[in-house]
Design a protein around this ligand. Sequence first.
Ligand code: GLA
Length: 411
Amino acid sequence: MKNKTTIAFVLLFLLPCFVKAQKWEGLANTPAMGWNSWNKFACNIDENLIKEIADAMVEQGLLDAGYQYVNIDDCWHGERDSLGFIQADPVRFASGIKPLADYVHSKGLKLGIYSDAGRATCGCRPGSFGHEYQDALQYAKWGVDYLKYDWCETEDINPIGAYTLMRDALRKAGRPIYFSMCEWGNNKPWLWASEVGHSWRTTGDIFNSFDGIDDHGDWKAFGVMQILDMQEGLRKYAGPGHWNDPDMLEVGNGQTVNEDRAHFTMWCMLAAPLILGNDIRSMSQETKDIILNKEVIAIDQDPLGVQGLKFAAEDGLEFWFKPLAGDDWAFCILNRSLEDKTYTIDWQKFNLTDEEVSKRSTSFDSVEYTLKNLWEKNPKKANVGTTKKAKSVTIPAHDVILYRLTPKTKK
Ligand code: GLA
């Protein structure tokens, strides 16, 4: 009898301590790329919109460029059925989520969905609290590939517990689902979430502004520059499989082309998930040129997986470096000011070692790099010399210059 009790004790209480629960691995070796409904459409969504977006993802060349997720944000929900299983809104998503997932998959894309760790979502739809395993099962059954998990109505809920619970539920449901944590950085997820989620929001919501704060009283939304500043100190927590998420893109939603280019570039320097937030069915050529620039996307998606660093700032300019695979570097000057600036780059001032993450050095004193201007449209003009001598550049207001540096001796 005593033996049986001991065995039962070991099985029930001790064994689970040694069987390590896991998130789905291999889904985010590089930052996720896709589209999400919230920034442009908020709750004004339905299945036709999602299908048209999926069509546009393919027709506009976005899928070819690497954008694969079509993510439905808040407000797709209906009620729970009598057994507690969540259903889609019977009017807006009348055919249900499964046929939509099938449609999206038939295009070679993946479908994302949204829920919340609390009792209700931020848009007052049913949250997953108390239904985590049921919801994960339902998403897996529908063929969902990505879950954004929000943090409204969670006053008395433990964040580590809530996100770990949903991670375990997703794993148990048996379908690989990318887990995008959205608790706005309130509980410093970078310190505890690398084995919980594939990415975690680091801040409150972005809004369609380059530089500003939108104060709603009990919460604030932030412009691109404010969100950028809030990434300070976080780069050491990101890497393949677990990324800082400075929120979805506002490119194509009405800022100037210079601002959109700067926004997109900085998100790439941050190795951020690139989740588009504009209406990709009708885009200007300028917007397409930004979000489809494969060489810039390659900076974000670089396999080394190291988030970029701000090396210096002076007179409204910031100087950023990102170590890339194969001894290359991305180098960017961001002009935050409202005036165009001319600046002479003396490479010898930028001899740096990334002590914090990659341990790589730029070594401009001993290595000569070729320079490629990644925003130059004319391929004949894109190669702009080497780091052997100083270079004078003009960076327009609210814009960037972005170079890829490759050691000259490299084969
Ligand atoms: C929160 C999130 C946003 C969006 C909305 C939906 O504010 O941070 O990204 O998902 O909820 O209600």
